[in-house]
Write a protein that binds this ligand. Structure first.
Ligand code: AP5
Length: 216
């Protein structure tokens, strides 16, 4: 399985990517997670990405395609992968097609998770993450056992780009630059759109059904 999971900020891409990867035994490749890890380690890529991520803007395509190229060359990606949050621009989609074609491969499916805007803001601003084990919680929809504390004991934090203002900026960027990919993948015949407004389990079942139809 080689697939892309698309959707606006807070749509549930990370949550659903983890579930799909468990189901199919493939690698979870999140460009957002890679940028956050690069920023935390103080690497050159992290330094280039920081200003963009903090403002909710897209990191330039050449930097982003570069980290995906390197990640796809790692052994765990040869079995298949879920790309979470990449591509987000048409040049990134073209770059991905080129990377895969270089190894005689192509995407099996692109799943777009759609959620109403008010719900997206609610999901993002209520998200809390554990810097120790990276687990993602939600104050309302998936609360931690103890307020402010992860099940591993780590102190939960708000992602700096999860303030209501930055979430709205990220949503505007999504509408301007990423929505065009819907047409790109619809024309390729591999786009499946799912309603992401139900519970995580309901959305997981819709995605599983969409992926089964792709392989028929
Ligand atoms: P990234 O980390 O990818 O952010 P995003 O796309 O804005 O997506 P999110 O992580 O906010 O949300 P999600 O859809 O994964 O939702 P989640 O499952 O966590 O990117 C961050 C930044 O990095 C970008 O702004 C950009 O600067 C840069 N970047 C990344 N990729 C790039 C690229 N390709 N090109 C250029 N720049 C790039 O769920 C959200 C919350 O809701 C959680 O608390 C969860 O528990 C809860 N939840 C999930 N599903 C449900 C549900 N069904 N019901 C109720 N609650 C739910």
């Amino acid at each position: 399985m080689r697939m892309v999971l698309m959707g606006p900020p807070g749509a549930g891409k990370g949550t659903q990517a983890a579930a799909i990867c468990r189901r199919y035994g493939v690698a979870h490749i999140s460009t957002g997670d890679m940028f956050r890890a690069a920023m935390a380690s103080g690497s050159q890529v992290g330094a280039k990405a920081k200003a963009y991520v903090d403002r909710g803007e897209l990191v330039p395509d050449d930097v982003t395609i570069g980290i995906v190229r390197e990640r796809l060359s790692q052994p765990d990606a040869t079995n298949g992968f879920v790309l979470d949050g990449f591509p987000r621009t048409v040049p990134q989609a073209l770059g991905l097609d080129e990377l895969l074609a270089g190894s005689g491969l192509k995407l099996d499916a692109v799943v777009l998770i759609e959620v109403p805007e008010a719900e997206l803001v609610r999901r993002a601003v209520g998200r809390r993450v554990c810097p120790r084990c990276n687990r993602v919680w939600h104050l309302e929809f998936n609360p931690p056992p103890e307020p402010g504390t992860c099940s591993c004991g780590g102190e939960l934090t708000l992602r700096p780009d999860d303030t209501a203002e930055t979430v709205r900026a990220r949503l505007a960027v999504y509408r301007e630059r990423t929505e065009a990919l819907k047409d790109y993948y619809a024309k390729a015949g591999i786009l499946r759109v799912v309603d992401g407004s139900g519970s995580p389990q309901e959305v997981e079942a819709l995605i599983a059904g969409a992926l089964e139809r792709c392989s028929e």
